[in-house]
Design a protein around this ligand. Sequence first.
Ligand SMILES: [Fe+2]
Length: 369
Amino acid sequence: MTANSKAAIAEALSEVRARTLALVEPLDEEQLNRVYSPILSPLAWDLGHIANFEELWLVQTVGARAPLHGDLGRFYDAIENPRKSRGELPILRDAELRSYMADVRERALEVLDSVDISSAAEDPLLREGFVYEMLLAHELQHNETMLQLLQLVAGYESPAVDDLLAFEPPGAGPETIAIAAGEYEVGAPGHGFAYDNERRRHTVALDAFEIDRTPISNGAYVEFMESTGAKPPLYWGRDGDGWVSTAMGRRAPLAPGHPVVHVSWEQAHALASWAGKRLPTEFEWEAARPRLEAVGHAWEWTASDFSAYPGFEAFPYPQYSQVFFGDEHKVLRGGSWATHPRVARPSFRNWDLPQRRQIFSGLRCARDA
Ligand SMILES: [Fe+2]
């Protein structure tokens, strides 16, 4: 979906907000404000941050208006405030938080009415509605972060959010797909919304390789654990001889054929080595993407560090991706069951630290041909 007219933008903003609010609808204020984990924000922080990001870009930057609450924005700055400290901040809570979200939205829509979002717009932020696409993507990405936290909320029932698709098992087929050596185009095209780190589109030379047709399943992960003594994924518990999911305080059966999630890069790397294979690089993953099955249930760890593409230019701010470039973070590709389709384009690059398992992360193996 492209938000190419003001009416379409307003509608998309409203749909995405409804999705955000549906996720927290079953929770009380205590649950919204509770710190469940030092690596995940309290939900009230996410909600305030979503609204504050909207105010910063759609009201203050684009509309040149003063902020509603003075310098409140500094408490919602994701770089300035590490996740472990966010529960202690003087952030908005309860009714004040709800009315801030509504007030920001009202102002953002007033500004939208008055700006030029055509392809001829002078400001690259506004041209073809870029800043609105960025806002929608940001909120949807926070929905996924919120769903990570919600795995820790005992008794949480996912509301009927229609794009949280159930996994459909892939059909029968070969174990691996062969990809020929050659030059492959990677990255986002010059037109349409994408983040700065997906550009520029460029050509990479790849040697011939094979990649698994399907991601590693829960059943295959159990085999790996039994054979090597490796640790289980996050939210797995023992149940007699087998394993169950312990997410959301339940003990639910793990479908053996479903892609495994909540695996660290270290675990993914070890599993691939145990299988006599390796993780694909992110460009191998992208080159094979048109032929891969079961993409979109689990983020897939790759062998690649998160780094800049040739000709990278930070836009619209260096804190989105540039500050994370280097050898500390590993790239994940694809998208999980909690990723909105609007976010999960083939060139989208996710990244995290190699020890992290709170994300919906799995893997697919590759090997040299
Ligand atoms: Fe954010």
